[in-house]
Ligand binder design. Structure first.
Ligand code: NAP
Ligand code: ZN
Length: 352
């Protein structure tokens, strides 16, 4: 089969699309004929390499994909050939104290398909049935492939970890990103007053269209001052900051007393300066969040499947143009998700 692969870490020139062995299907596994996949910022981290990541090369990247079941292993009970499915990439041991207490995202052995083990950007992929969710017939492949990772992440961050309530003021930084555009929609759905930042006016228009009530271009304006001004010096109840370097201190400054800062990443840098006096004096909470539990995935995907939430698609590319897909993410072009399809499935259309 054809697959995206990297043979070493580095720039976009390490990405190849070519022959790769067909996957073996284990007893608990399902072979999926991939119709579409999507990029996450994670694909860029994996390509560049991380100090904690040791991969067997060549590595097939990709943590989002959807397709049709082609074959099932002998112990698979929930799926059969022909079913439409999407992959949820979190893998847990099922056995540690956190798994036993019902939160596999806290698993001491938690890892992700595409990051720590071979991923999904290929014509076929074999994954454990636990990592599959059914996709209704009326949902198109672009939606199924591009929503599972970011919507579960944003849902857990806002609804479960930060406990956002109707009437609260929520600031989402980088509202054009995959997680950001999900967070804007979820905050709006929760009945919050949504404040959003973006680096271009196009991105802000788009954030408004997805539910932001107030928007600011943070390339041109100090966003914490803007928040203070808009809220009569009070600040917001929750800040969603996955950018880190360059925004962290202003995120802390943007919070009202007793506010919560929730993060799932450090896109621009993971070790920003911080402000301890403001954290204790204003009694702030700094909350980390990663992925979602199977129950959280089901809750949020129900709202994607029924159209309450929808992905915005920046581009659809054949997998052979994966280097260009990475450039779009790294250069902060457009908003929402970049979808990739096996060259054999590529139609050249931005819509389904
Ligand atoms: N822990 C988890 O479970 C989890 C899950 C998903 C994602 N993440 C993390 O969350 C972050 C966002 O992921 P994503 O896939 O949504 O990313 P993305 O689609 O690339 O979006 C990132 C957004 O951040 C803004 N940004 C600000 N500074 C940036 C910089 N230096 N480089 C790139 N973008 C910058 C951009 O918007 P503007 O141009 O408007 O600023 C961009 O749209 C990543 O760090 C990712 O690793 C974590
Ligand atoms: Zn575990």
């Amino acid at each position: 089969m054809q697959a995206v692969k990297i043979t070493e870490h580095g720039g976009t020139d390490v990405i190849e699309y070519g022959e790769y062995p067909d996957p073996d299907v284990g007893p608990d596994e399902v072979l999926v004929d991939v119709k579409a996949g999507a990029l996450n910022h994670l694909d860029v981290w994996v390509r560049r390499g991380l100090p904690t990541l040791s991969l067997e090369m060549p590595h097939v990247p990709g943590s989002d994909a959807a397709g049709v079941v082609a074959e099932v292993g002998r112990d698979v009970t929930r799926f059969e050939p022909g079913d439409r499915v999407a992959v949820t990439p979190g893998v847990s041991c099922g056995d540690c104290e956190f798994c036993r207490h019902g939160d596999p995202t806290l698993c001491v052995n938690f890892h992700l398909i595409g990051e720590h083990v071979p991923g999904l950007h290929a014509e076929y992929t074999a994954v454990n049935e636990e990592n599959l969710i059914p996709v209704p017939d009326d949902v198109d492949w672009l939606t199924a492939a591009s929503t599972v990772l970011v919507f579960q992440t944003a849902w857990r961050m806002l609804i479960d970890r930060a406990g956002v309530e109707a009437g609260e003021k929520i600031l989402v930084l980088g509202a054009s990103g995959g997680v950001g555009h999900a967070a804007v929609q979820i905050a709006d759905f929760a009945g919050a007053e949504v404040y959003a930042t973006g680096s271009t006016d196009d991105k802000l228009e788009y954030a408004r269209a997805h539910g932001a009530d107030h928007v600011v271009n943070y390339e041109h304006r100090d966003f914490s001052e803007w928040v203070r001004e808009k809220t009569g010096k009070r600040g917001v109840d929750v800040v969603v900051d996955y950018i880190g370097a360059g925004t962290w201190q202003d995120s802390i400054k943007s919070l009202a007393k007793n506010g919560r800062l929730v993060t799932c990443g450090g896109t621009a840098g993971g070790n920003p300066r911080t402000d301890i006096p403001r954290i204790f004096w204003n009694q702030l909470q700094i909350i980390g969040s990663t992925m979602g539990t199977p129950g959280q995935v089901d809750d949020v995907m129900e709202l994607v499947w029924d159209g309450t939430f929808e992905p915005s698609i920046r581009a659809v590319l054949p997998m052979s143009e994966m280097a260009r897909a990475h450039e779009i993410i790294e250069d902060r072009e457009g908003f929402g998700k970049v979808v990739v399809r096996p060259d054999s499935e590529y139609t050249g259309r931005l819509s389904p």
